[in-house]
Design a binder for this molecule. Structure first.
Ligand SMILES: Nc1ncnc2c1ncn2[C@@H]1O[C@H](COP(=O)(O)OP(=O)(O)OP(=O)(O)O)[C@@H](O)[C@H]1O
Ligand SMILES: [Mg+2]
Length: 508
């Protein structure tokens, strides 16, 4: 028999591998899932005796499945930055501040990395669970994505001890650098498809408000900023005292005094995401907890108009019903929004919501609230007096911030923002008028806004003075009417007493 040449040997090996791959592809395509699993298991075991490579998988939703694995996210970031140059098929996503594109490897793409002389291969792959094969229907949630890392067994120690730690650490840093901040909502009126993995939907958070542009007394502003910065730097402190790393803020005050604006300023100051929780769209306490678990750290969870979202007896507000304060005071801005909320709720959120006060208290400081860490919970309300003390006690709402009518200091900030004016001869008049009037920063801002390209700063200041004088006049008329009403009531009361006395005397 003629000796087998090297070339022949390679050819035979090549065709054997090709045949094996072909058979394997057919098995994968047509065999039932159970048989395929069985064959896979024994093939892997058999190959393990000869195959010198080690493989590690990092699944996107590992273990509890509720949250995306942090390791997976870190690896994704690491690979997008370190290996995207060598990958041939890439995915592109917007990066921080929508200014740059971040590239990462696409599914089934394989890239190589080198570390301390060791060569490793990463593949992004996915597995399909049995449901899809059996029902032949398409459920995206049945697909599980994972990264597979392969390396030679002689590098085992260096990879498991040093390389993986390096990948996770660097990946986390890259994620923070590339992070595009998001505004999440649990959108009322939108029915989530059953396959959707997350209950939140999001857009990029791009609100420009900062504490610098907020009309607020300088001392109060400084105090709030310091409080927020101290919180964000206190990870070790919270761990030491055994408290979950979160802080509650209650922002209260009349409509248009800057509560929502302050939330945006807080998010911008700390570079946090914002979760705008629409409580009326939450079905029950279980769903509320699920939403909480899905929030990430470095975020602000906001519940606006908490008094309208939850009846403080623990019962939900009924359809079309309005709170007494709302009817009494008829505050238009927030009333309109509340109506819109109810409308949204009726549209699709359903009115079968069963979130209770105790469910909400649990949300704020129950055991589940500690997962994730570094979170602010912010409630806003126009009527602080209507809130259950249990809801806003310290420990739950740690800091209560009143946002009130515009002061002269606040006006000066707005004049600087809107008109680029630090001082003007009309400021004195405005100072005296603003001290005697209740005008919201929103109204001041609206008056300082040029209404036509020809409006100069003087015109805007004149508009404001006029608005202040009108507000003052209205307040005086209202006070006079109130006084007259009170006098009327007093005299009626006196008359009633006199009549009663006369009746008593006549009866004797
Ligand atoms: N303190 C403030 N500093 C700067 N701008 C403000 C301030 N308060 C209000 N504004 C301006 O008024 C507008 C309305 O303010 P914002 O929505 O923050 O009020 P709010 O207190 O949340 O009102 P509501 O109770 O109706 O929700 C903002 O777009 C902002 O331009
Ligand atoms: Mg608001």
């Amino acid at each position: 028999m003629a000796p087998v040449t090297m070339a022949e040997m390679w050819t035979t090996m090549g065709s054997t591998i090709a045949s094996f791959m072909f058979v394997w592809a057919i098995i994968r395509q047509y065999c039932p899932y159970e048989i395929r699993r069985f064959l896979e298991k024994y093939t892997h075991r058999f190959m393990g005796y000869f195959y010198p490579y080690i493989r590690i998988s990092f699944h996107e939703f590992a273990g509890d499945r509720l949250k995306r694995s942090e390791a997976y996210s870190a690896i994704e970031a690491y690979l997008s930055s370190n290996t995207s140059k060598s990958a041939k098929r890439l995915k592109a996503e917007m990066g921080k501040d929508s200014t740059n594109l971040v590239l990462s490897m696409d599914e089934f793409e394989r890239v190589t990395d080198e570390f301390m002389g060791a060569k490793v291969w990463w593949v992004l792959t996915k597995s399909v669970s049995p449901t899809r094969t059996m029902s032949m229907s398409y459920y995206p949630e049945q697909e599980r994505r994972f990264y597979k890392l392969s390396f030679h067994k002689r590098y085992r120690d260096v990879i498991t001890d040093v390389y993986l730690e390096h990948v996770i650490r660097e990946g986390k840093e890259i994620r923070i650098r590339n992070r595009q901040r998001k505004l999440y909502t649990n959108s009322p009126g939108y029915k989530w498809p059953s396959y959707k993995q997350t209950m939140w939907s999001h857009i990029v958070f791009e609100h420009p408000a900062t504490f610098e542009t907020m009309a607020l007394e300088p001392n109060k502003k400084k105090e709030i900023i310091e409080d927020l910065l101290t919180f964000s730097q206190s990870k070790d402190f919270y761990a030491r005292i055994g408290k979950a790393w979160k802080r509650g803020y209650l922002l209260y005050g009349p409509p248009g005094t800057g509560k929502s604006t302050m939330i945006a300023a807080m998010a911008n100051l700390l570079s946090y995401d914002v979760y705008d929780l629409e409580l009326t769209a939450v079905k029950d306490n279980t769903e509320l907890r699920k939403l909480l678990i899905e929030t990430t750290s470095k975020s602000i969870i906001v519940i606006e108009d908490i008094d309208c979202s939850l009846d403080l007896t623990g019962q939900r507000k009924k359809k079309g019903e309005k709170s007494s304060g709302e009817l009494d005071e008829g505050k238009l801005g927030s009333k309109e929004r509340k109506d819109a909320k109810e409308e949204g709720n009726n549209n699709g959120g359903g009115n079968s919501s069963k979130v209770t006060l105790s469910g909400l208290l649990n949300f704020i400081d129950g055991l589940w609230s500690a997962c994730g860490g570094e979170r602010l919970i912010v409630f806003t309300t126009n009527y602080v007096e209507k809130l259950d003390p249990a809801l806003i006690r310290r420990g739950r709402m740690d800091k209560h911030i009143e946002l009130s009518y515009c002061s002269f200091e606040g006006f000066k900030v707005l004049a600087k923002n809107y008109l680029r004016l630090e001082n003007h001869q009309m400021f004195d008049k405005i100072e005296s008028l603003i001290g005697e009037t209740k005008i919201t920063p929103a109204d001041v801002a609206e008056n300082l806004m040029p209404k036509s390209p020809l409006d100069d700063p003087e015109k805007c200041l004149c508009n404001l003075i006029q608005a202040l004088e009108e507000a003052k006049e209205e307040a005086e008329i209202a006070a006079a009417e109130e006084e007259a009403k009170k006098r009327d009531e007093d005299s009626k009361e006196i008359e009633a007493i006199k009549e009663e006395e006369a009746e008593t005397v006549a009866g004797q």
